[in-house]
Structures are given as C-alpha cells and as structure tokens.
Design a protein around this ligand. Structure first.
Ligand code: UGA
Length: 425
C-alpha cells in the first residue's frame, strides 16, 4: 500500500477518470466511485468508455492502486480528500445544474475528517452555499484545466494549479496543494469564490479570443487580408500570445459553450449584463453556419448536392461531439436540401443519432466519393495525409473544398485544380 495520501474520486466521467489515473500514477491509492454499476464493472475490467490518448494505458499500468466502486461508504472509509468530479450540465434556464453536486454533499457523513475537493465546474458562490448548508464539511475548490485530447499531459505539467479554501478549511487546502507540488507548476492559493471565478473566467477569455479572431477572419475575407498572417503578427506581441488565434468554424465541446453561458447567466442573476459574453456566444453560433453560404457561392442551390463533412468531433483526438460544429452544419445543409455524408475516425458512431439522417461513412474516401463539395470540420491529422491531388480529386464529382480549420495546403490544392475556400483568407 502506498504511503501517499489516499484519494477519493466521486463521479468517474472524463474528468474523474483522468484525475483518478493521474493521481494513481503519482503513487496514490485511489478509490473512484460512480453511481452507475455497469460503468464500474467496465472500468474494473479495464475497459475505458471514452477516447483520451494514453488513458487506457495509464489505467492499466496503475490498476493495483485504482479501485472502482459504487459504494460511498467505501470511499469515506478509505479516503479523506474526496475529489468531486460529477458533471454540471446546463439547465433550460442556462444556469448550471447542481443536482449531482448536491447529491454528493448529501451523502457525506458528519465527519470533520473529510473534505470535498471541487473539480466539477460550478457557479461562483457554490462553495459558499455548500458551507452554509454543511458547516462541518471541509471544502476546497480545485478547478480542472485539462484539455480533451491532451488531458494527461496537462495534468502532469500544469500551467498552474488553483487551490481555493476558506480559513476554516486551510489545512485541507494545504493537503490538496501538497498533492501537486511534485508537478512543478505554480500553485495559486486563494479564497473559494476567486478559485471558482478563475475557472469560468479562463474559459470565457479563451472563448472570447476565438470569437475575436473569427470576426477578424470574417472581416479579412471582405477586405483581402489573410487571418493566418494577421494572427501570426498579432501573436508575437507577448501581451496577446500566439495560442487560440486559429480562426475556424466555431468552438464547441462540453466546456466553452456551457461555461460562457453559465458565467453570462451568473452575472445576469446578480444584476449585471455581461454584454461581451453575449456577443461571444452569438459570433460563435453564426460562425458555425457560415459554411452554408460558402458552399452556395460555388454551387448555387444545395438541393440534392452531395456534401462530405470530414470530422464530427468538436476537435481532434477526442470522440466528444457535444456542441460540435458538425452537428449544426449537418442540420443546416440538410435543411437546404443537401445530402450529407460524414466521416470521423472515432466520433461518428456516437453522433449518429444527432446527425439528422446524414450518412455515416467508414472512411474519408467513402464520404468523398461522388461529392460535390467537401467541408473539413475537424482537423484530424489523417485528413492532411489524404491523396488530394490524386485519389480524392478523381473520386469527387466536383473538386470544391471548404477548409473550416485552415488546415490543408491551400496552394497544393489549388495547383491540383481544387476550388479552395478557407476561413478568413
Ligand atoms: C477547454 C479548455 O481549453 C481547458 O483549459 C478546460 O479545462 C476545458 O475546456 C474544461 O473546462 O474542462 P477543451 O474543451 O478540451 O478544453 O477544448 P479546447 O482545446 O480548449 O478547444 C475548444 C474549442 O475551441 C474546439 O472546438 C476548438 O476547435 C476550438 N478552437 C480552439 C478554435 O476554434 N480556435 C483555436 O485557436 C483554439
């Protein structure tokens, strides 16, 4: 048995499983609890119900230190720090649904030895509200900043670790901070509300950066500038930085759309109108739809046109399709009368029900066969490796490509006879 602090993980979704596997890798005994018996059975057999590079291997490697269970008493008995990783989906009102978080709090006994370490993304003020209900419980806010597709790397090499605790939970805060010390990133100690806000504000800022560059892209198209050159020139300014300046067909995923709305809603609930975030959301919604007019510019009416969508996942290296641009595009294009075929290396099956009858193909070439246009929605590396000038060109009925991520080699495609439309260039 390890001498390090044992870790409890409550809710074994993507965040919970990455957290559990990484703490096990750091040498901790981890007891991870989920309410779904079938999920616990899967995990106990080493089956990983999601696509995250390296996760399966890390779970296998650390199987001796990882226990999956449905039993809360088991977790309470074996661990003291309980990392709450349940999901907080948006409600119809746009507020975060805290029912799962509250259910976890209700299951805690009255031991002063336990602390909830909140990793789930919660509205600012949640920690304070929980402490009002359960004064006896230790409470630490420790938001996650993991990106899907590189979560393990992000955990092991954090830009920063945020640990928020009230004075009464300071000792628990120290214990949580100590868990991350060996990783070397700066540890930001703060109060609970500020820690909660750091998480929401970080995602809202990154989403703003994307909507900003997408608007620069749209204006660049009108004025003859190339957004990639613009972003390169802007990004060299230290204060701006080069990351998250890739113009494209909009941001998706389980975090940005949800967290931007949640922060906007939270501000509204407290009487403040967060105008900037309203614009960020609207720009993104429109960005997801702009491809339709790019296709119409070349094809005229889309009725009975065959359109291939390359990529369904909201970004590469994940099978997550939540808020993915592909879903909006598939619906819009079918609404215009087009026949839509989609291909994704890992995510298409998961999305089948959400694609409104679009044909799901087994390969990019199958999707492109006879197509009047191709739209690159997700920048999976394999799409750059296709033989565009040869096999793809021969198979397509009409060589038109809308490169929704400015990912392909524009000059090579044009030289091969393709009509190429990028974003903002
Ligand atoms: C995001 C944050 O980056 C993480 O720090 C955070 O922990 C996570 O949300 C979360 O709250 O859990 P993630 O949703 O995995 O991570 O995805 P990102 O890599 O941030 O990409 C989000 C979307 O923005 C994708 O659709 C991507 O294609 C798009 N994007 C990103 C752009 O359109 N342009 C860019 O320059 C960057």
């Amino acid at each position: 048995m390890s001498e390090r602090e044992p870790i409890g993980v409550i809710g074994v979704g993507w965040v919970g499983l990455c957290t559990a596997a990484c703490f096990a890798e750091l040498g901790h005994e981890v007891v991870a609890r989920d309410i779904l018996p079938e999920k616990v059975e899967f995990l106990s057999r080493g089956e990983i119900p999601m696509h995250e590079p390296g996760l399966s291997e890390l779970v296998m490697k650390n199987a001796d230190r990882l226990t999956f269970t449905t039993s809360m008493p088991d977790v309470l008995e074996r661990t003291r720090l309980l990392f709450c990783c349940v999901d907080t989906p948006p409600t119809y009102s746009g507020d975060a649904d805290l029912s799962r978080v509250n259910a976890v709090i209700d299951e805690l006994g009255d031991s002063a030895e336990h602390a909830v370490v909140m990793k789930s993304t919660v509205p600012v003020g949640t920690g304070r509200a929980i402490k009002r209900r359960r004064e006896d419980v230790g409470y630490v806010s420790n938001p996650e900043f993991l990106k899907e597709g590189s979560a393990l790397e992000d955990f092991m090499h954090p830009d920063r670790v945020v640990v928020g605790a009230a004075e009464t939970s300071k000792a628990f805060g120290d214990r949580v901070a100590a868990l991350y010390e060996s990783l070397g990133g700066p540890i930001v100690r703060t109060d609970v509300a500020s820690a909660e806000m750091i998480k929401l504000a970080s995602n809202a800022f990154l989403a703003t950066k994307i909507s900003f560059i997408n608007e620069i892209a749209n204006v660049s198209e009108e004025l003859g500038a190339d957004v990639r050159e613009v972003a390169r020139g802007m990004g060299l300014d230290d204060r701006i930085g080069p990351k998250f300046l890739n113009a494209g067909v909009g941001f998706g995923g389980s975090c940005f759309p949800k967290d931007v709305s949640a922060l906007k809603q939270l501000a509204g609930n407290s009487g403040y109108h967060f105008q900037l975030l309203t614009a960020v959301i609207e720009v993104n919604e429109l960005q997801k739809r702009r491809t339709t007019s790019k296709l119409q510019k070349h094809l005229g009416s889309l009725v009975n046109k065959e359109v291939a969508l390359l990529g369904v996942a909201f970004k590469p290296n994940t099978d997550d399709v939540r808020e993915a641009t592909s879903l909006v595009l598939a619906a819009r294009l079918q609404g215009e009368g087009a026949h839509v075929r989609v291909y994704d290396p890992v995510a298409a099956d998961k999305a089948r029900e959400m694609l409104g009858g679009a044909q799901v193909c087994d390969s990019a070439l199958e999707a492109l066969d006879g197509a009047d246009a191709a739209v690159l929605v997700t920048e999976w590396p394999e799409f750059a490796d296709l033989d565009w000038a040869g096999e793809v060109k021969q198979r397509m009925a009409n060589p038109l490509i809308v490169d929704g991520r400015n990912f392909l080699d524009r000059e090579a495609l044009r030289a091969a006879g393709f009509t190429y439309e990028g974003i903002g260039r």
